[in-house]
Write a protein of this length. Structure first.
Length: 175
């Protein structure tokens, strides 16, 4: 992630979490980021296992699409959208999620509530009447991948397994 993007996320986070807080200036932040170069981790040691599993889920979904490439004209677009969604979830999504948001995908209360188990659900005191383009792209892409699996898998056992895996990946990625 580039320095400009990190700085933008910092300002967005400061504004959202504590509007009275006076954040550091852009030049100070740039100096800090230049001094302390970001390094890329080469192993999963110390990384949250949920993030690692989400990465595996994206890789598996990509493989499902690649395996069906001959049967799907939109495979390149689906893979591109999946890559874009993965990047969004790893970066900007974190600063958009709040306890209360009119965007369902950004609302902690909504996301953590189980619609099937009343004891693990909480009603929101607001409407979810807004959307965010990156979240919409993810939802639409996942819906298209599910349709692709349903339309192209002829072996019933493979179909059931693929659909089960897909739905668990989808649930994991979205929650």
């Amino acid at each position: 992630m580039g320095a400009a993007r990190i700085i933008d996320q910092y300002f967005h986070y400061c504004k959202e979490m504590c509007s009275e807080f006076e954040p550091l200036g852009k030049s100070s932040l740039s100096t800090i980021l230049d001094t302390r170069k970001v390094s890329k981790r080469k192993s999963l040691q110390g990384i949250n296992y949920l993030a690692a599993e989400a990465g595996e889920a994206f890789d598996s979904l990509r493989k499902m699409i690649e395996d069906k490439v001959a049967l799907c004209n939109d495979s390149e677009r689906l893979i591109e959208n999946l890559t874009r969604a993965r990047f969004y979830l790893k970066s900007d999504c974190k600063v958009h999620v709040t306890r209360s948001s009119n965007i369902a995908d950004h609302c902690c209360v909504y996301a953590l509530s189980d619609p099937e188990e009343h004891n693990f659900a909480q009603d929101c005191d607001h409407e979810h009447d807004e959307s965010y383009i990156e979240c919409s792209i993810l939802t639409n892409t996942l819906n298209e991948i599910e349709r692709l699996i349903e339309e192209t898998e002829t072996d019933e056992e493979l179909f059931d397994r693929a659909l089960k895996n897909f739905r668990s990946y989808r649930k994991f990625i979205v929650t």
